[in-house]
Design a protein around this ligand. Structure first.
Ligand code: SAM
Ligand code: SF4
Length: 310
């Protein structure tokens, strides 16, 4: 090999190294206690109620909860692969898995940044104490209303009084700790008038408040105020180099919008994460995403309906 070829090979290697994801989303469970109509999991629960069957075209994979055995394996691989940030949610409600505070504790002891998004309904005092002792980096409550009536329409099955009380307890338990506690409000057509009330309630309980742009899963819910709508980024997508996802059973997927396992790259119980990241399926997926502008016909199906990149 001549010198310029060696240089080229080294550059390619370095580029590959730099573009490896440093953060993951970990699905502690894909089950949920709510039926939010804007969310794919929520829609699924609704179907379960109506038809007694969770299978539908949006999310047909099996329901389950991550075991300690699977987590141990994931944890080991995250360290080897060089992951720095772990979010303990994907689909479903993370605190339905009673092991979630233990997962958080172990990841913090590995020196990871740990965050979690939650609907905030399933907390117990024991769980709150445990999680406060762990002192994770971020707890984000998804609360889409500032009254029982509006909240109940969006977070179907949940009680506003319950989540407000839980936010207050979690905030008090973390007083003086470095954990950031947030109230995320998704403004929709039916709740955008309550944003300012929610903001002032958040202030009263010492929780950081912000609004998140709605990713349009149902046009009937789109807020009237354009400022509250999510803005698209221009394809090709870069997220696939920043983050990857684990399902509760150890399956690895390249994107948070792969809710139904359309692009499972491998399972962590059978392969190292490095092997999965470099396997031919993952390489082809990345190539097809990267070359979208040149060859749009090769775009993977999950990207065609992406709610973030257009
Ligand atoms: C799928 S949930 C899982 C975690 C947890 N169950 C919760 O509700 O926070 C993850 C995040 O996605 C958000 N989400 C769900 N559907 C959305 C949509 N159509 N547009 C924007 N955000 C959405 C939720 O508000 C939540 O913050
Ligand atoms: S609580 Fe979270 S996961 Fe459950 S249906 Fe609502 S948004 Fe989806």
């Amino acid at each position: 090999m001549n010198l310029s070829k060696v240089k080229q090979a080294v550059q390619t290697m370095l580029k590959k190294k730099q573009t490896k994801p440093t953060q993951v989303i970990l699905e502690t469970t894909n089950r949920c206690n709510l039926n939010c109509p804007f969310c794919l999991v929520g829609m699924q629960n609704e179907l379960q109620k109506k038809h007694g069957n969770t299978a539908h075209e949006l999310m047909s994979r099996e329901m389950g909860t991550m075991s300690m055995e699977t987590f141990d394996r994931v944890r080991k691989e995250l360290k080897i692969f060089g992951i720095k940030k772990v979010y303990l949610h994907f689909q479903g409600e993370p605190f339905l898995n009673k092991l979630t505070p233990d997962f958080a504790e172990q990841l913090k002891s590995d020196g990871m940044y740990v965050g979690v998004f939650t609907n905030g309904q399933a907390f117990t005092d024991k769980m709150i104490n445990k999680i406060a002792n762990v002192e994770i980096d971020l707890i984000r409550f998804s609360v889409d209303g500032a009254s029982e009536e509006t909240y109940g329409v969006n977070r179907v099955g949940g009680k506003f009084s319950n989540v407000l009380k839980n936010m207050e307890k979690v905030s008090a338990a973390h007083k003086g700790k470095k954990t950031r506690i947030e109230w995320q409000f998704l403004p929709l057509k039916n709740n955008e008038h309550e944003v300012e009330t929610a903001r002032s309630l958040a202030k009263q309980i010492s929780v950081h408040f912000f609004t998140k742009g709605f990713r349009e899963t149902d046009p009937n819910l789109t807020p009237t105020n354009k400022e509250y709508r999510s803005k698209f980024m221009k394809k090709p997508c870069k997220d696939i180099y920043k983050q990857l996802g684990f399902y509760w059973n150890g399956d690895v997927v390249p994107c948070c919008y792969d809710v139904d396992g359309k692009e499972v790259m491998g399972n962590i119980m059978n392969h190292d994460l490095e092997n999965i990241w470099n396997n031919s399926k993952y390489n082809k997926f990345r190539k097809d995403v990267d070359e979208y502008l040149k060859q749009p016909e090769k775009e993977p199906d999950i990207c065609k309906t992406c709610l973030r990149w257009r």
